[in-house]
Ligand binder design. Structure first.
Ligand code: PMP
Length: 372
């Protein structure tokens, strides 16, 4: 075997994916991080049509201008962010946007503030870029919401960036406006970057989403189509930042992936300009499932925050063998420790599965794991 680069040793293959491979295929999967819905029909039709019309060549590196114009309108309307098509890059999912943000701005010596617990990829992209991770606690007593005072405590002259993710994977927490605004102010006062991953923006219940880029110039805003439009496999996302920051991001994007998939871009254009009924329906259904899973878990005696967004709950479950026992009984879950120190004694359960399957899974847990 040829010696791999030392940076590769700093990352690992996803434990979550590995677990899906080894467990019983008939098990109910509450481990998964993608909507169980299909791509809305109007989006499928737009993609099929684009292939027939041979819109299958390279697009401009930043993405088709028509799509970027729609993204600009979306940022203005939904997020109060004023940007322009030159400062929008269409990416291969939000994943690429996270990767190029780290590659463009992080290097050894930089301290990167990372909410704990948080989405696995953040740690990986920081490690691949050589940055040092400084965890910031998201405490259960605060319903896992990141608080500005906890961020302030961790800032040093070496602080280069912070990741924000509201609504959050893995906890479903939605940050409060005053914390978003206060952290945005800190990013200006202490000159660091906010990488705001807003991919779950639309999957939110009785709560409003706020974007830090409304309050600070030092923000890279990342979003995508995977969750809102169930387009996970089409690999399409987008990002915006100010002029100077966009130029650096664009260098990495252009020199690595060139441009994102043309068919998916046409689908994304339809997603933004077409009817939004399917999104509304999907969010309504997620809320019904959230209510079910939270009440069932509480009924079993597991303390569970009534998550306000995304499609995850993060109950406190101190049984070290819970994930194993649940998997053997036929329910796949993910240990919270996979998402950081503060995830210990918690389990991530996704409710991106049918209402009936969630009911069945809760029955199995109650009968065979809790009382078994
Ligand atoms: N950010 C978060 C918080 C996620 O949960 C995910 C997907 N699990 C992503 C980004 C990646 O999304 P995409 O499919 O757009 O690459």
């Amino acid at each position: 075997m040829i010696q791999p680069a030392s940076r590769t040793k700093l990352i690992e293959l996803s434990l979550i994916r590995k677990m899906f491979e080894v467990t019983n295929p008939d098990a109910i999967n509450l481990g998964i991080g993608e909507p169980d819905f299909d791509v809305p029909q109007n989006i499928k039709d737009a993609m099929k049509k684009s292939i027939d019309e041979n819109i299958t060549h390279y697009s401009p590196n930043k993405g088709y201008i028509e799509l970027r114009e729609e993204i600009v309108k979306k940022f203005k309307k939904d997020n109060g962010i004023n940007t322009d098509p030159e400062n929008v890059i269409v990416t291969v999912g939000a994943s690429e946007a996270l990767y190029i943000s780290a590659q463009a701005f992080m290097e050894p010596g930089d301290e990167i503030l990372l909410p704990d617990p948080s989405f696995l990829l953040y740690k990986s992209v920081i490690n691949l870029a050589g940055g040092s991770i400084v965890p910031v606690d998201c405490k259960m007593e605060n319903e896992f919401k990141l608080k500005a005072e906890d961020v302030l405590e961790k800032i040093t002259p070496k602080t280069k960036a912070i990741f924000l993710n509201s609504p959050s994977n893995p906890t479903g927490a939605v940050m409060e406006k005053e914390d978003i605004k206060a952290i945005a102010d800190l990013s200006m006062d202490h000159n660091f970057l906010i990488i705001s991953d807003e991919i779950y923006e639309k999957i939110i219940y009785d709560k409003k989403h706020y974007s830090p880029a409304k309050y600070s110039d030092n923000v890279i805003t990342i979003n995508g189509f995977s969750k809102t439009y169930a387009m996970t496999g089409l690999r399409i996302g987008y990002m915006t930042a100010n002029d100077e920051h966009t130029e650096e991001l664009f260098k990495v994007h252009q020199n690595s992936i060139a441009c994102s998939n043309s068919t998916a871009q046409l689908g994304a254009y339809e997603a933004l300009t077409g009817p939004q009924d399917d999104v509304k329906k999907m969010v309504g259904e997620f809320q019904r499932r959230r209510d079910l899973i939270v009440s069932r878990l509480n009924g079993m005696g597991y303390e569970t925050v009534n998550a306000e967004g995304a499609f995850y709950v993060f109950p406190k479950i101190e049984d070290e063998n819970f994930v194993q026992k649940a998997a053997e009984a036929g329910v796949i879950t993910v240990p919270g420790s996979a998402f950081g120190e503060n995830g210990k004694n918690h389990i991530r359960m996704s409710y991106a599965n049918s209402y009936e399957n969630i009911e069945k899974a809760m029955d199995i847990l109650e009968e065979r794991v809790v009382n078994g």
